[in-house]
Ligand binder design. Structure first.
Ligand code: HEC
Length: 212
């Protein structure tokens, strides 16, 4: 579900950017007639992708694990997206090149911010991407779990943020859990822990969370 929305959002954002790049290039190169014709032809398409853009974006916002030090990136991204809308509308309606270019810059910038946010926070699209280290020196399974897993799975394993699976009902054994901690899976990034720590977490999940 989460991944479906994330992929749809990406696709829609890319189409949206493409459309705006074309329109901005036409405007900047004084091809006003072509721009009008292009805008007319793509009107319905633009409405559809704008609505999908917002709906998938809003859904994803409700699924993100909040409370990290990088949340501000997300807020800046949101402010940039929403303030780029009036800038774009005025820019293209009144054919003000500076404003149109500025709105494209804002949209592209917020796309970049989203990427940085996801990298920093470790909501990886590529499961092998290591997250920033939540270093806990000890090999205490519980505190390692608290530091690396609670964000998505919750302390009881049932939170389900970012599409995370319920650990209370997992059918995996300790070795299988360790495997996922080390390599990640789907939207879950590999945990930034060493082998011994991964083992301690797997043991904790297997004995304290699974089956509860
Ligand atoms: C960024 C969010 C996130 C974090 C952090 C995270 N997970 Fe996950 N986890 C997921 C997602 C999403 C899935 C589902 C992956 C899939 O099946 O595609 C998942 C699946 C799992 C599974 C497989 C469950 C099953 O039955 O298939 C286990 C076990 C697991 N996580 C354990 C952990 C442990 C232990 C940690 C901490 C080291 C952790 N996760 C950290 C998001 C996360």
């Amino acid at each position: 579900m989460y991944k479906g929305f994330l992929h749809t959002h990406y696709l829609v954002v890319c189409l949206f950017l493409l459309l705006y790049v074309i329109k901005t290039v036409l405007l900047l190169s004084n091809k006003n007639n072509l721009l009008t014709a292009f805008s007319k032809k793509t009107r319905i398409f633009e409405i559809v992708i704008s609505v999908l853009f917002l709906l998938t974006g809003i859904y994803l916002m409700t699924q993100i694990p909040y409370g990290g030090k990088y949340d501000y990136l997300l807020w800046i991204k949101l402010i940039m997206i929403f303030s780029s809308i009036p800038v774009a509308v005025i820019g293209f309606r009144k054919q003000r090149k500076m404003l149109a270019a500025l709105s494209l810059l804002m949209i592209t910038g917020s796309f970049g911010l989203g990427e940085i946010y996801h990298k920093k926070k470790g909501i990886a699209k590529d499961p092998e991407t290591k997250t920033e280290s939540h270093e806990v020196a000890a090999t205490d399974g519980k505190s390692l779990y608290e530091a690396n897993c609670v964000l998505c799975h919750g302390s009881d394993g049932k939170l389900g943020m970012a599409g995370a699976k319920d650990l209370g009902t997992t059918l995996l054994d300790q070795a299988g859990i360790k495997e996922i901690i080390v390599h990640g899976k789907g939207a879950m990034p590999a945990a930034p822990v060493n082998d011994e720590q991964a083992m301690a977490i797997a043991e904790y999940v297997n004995s304290q969370i699974k089956g509860h």
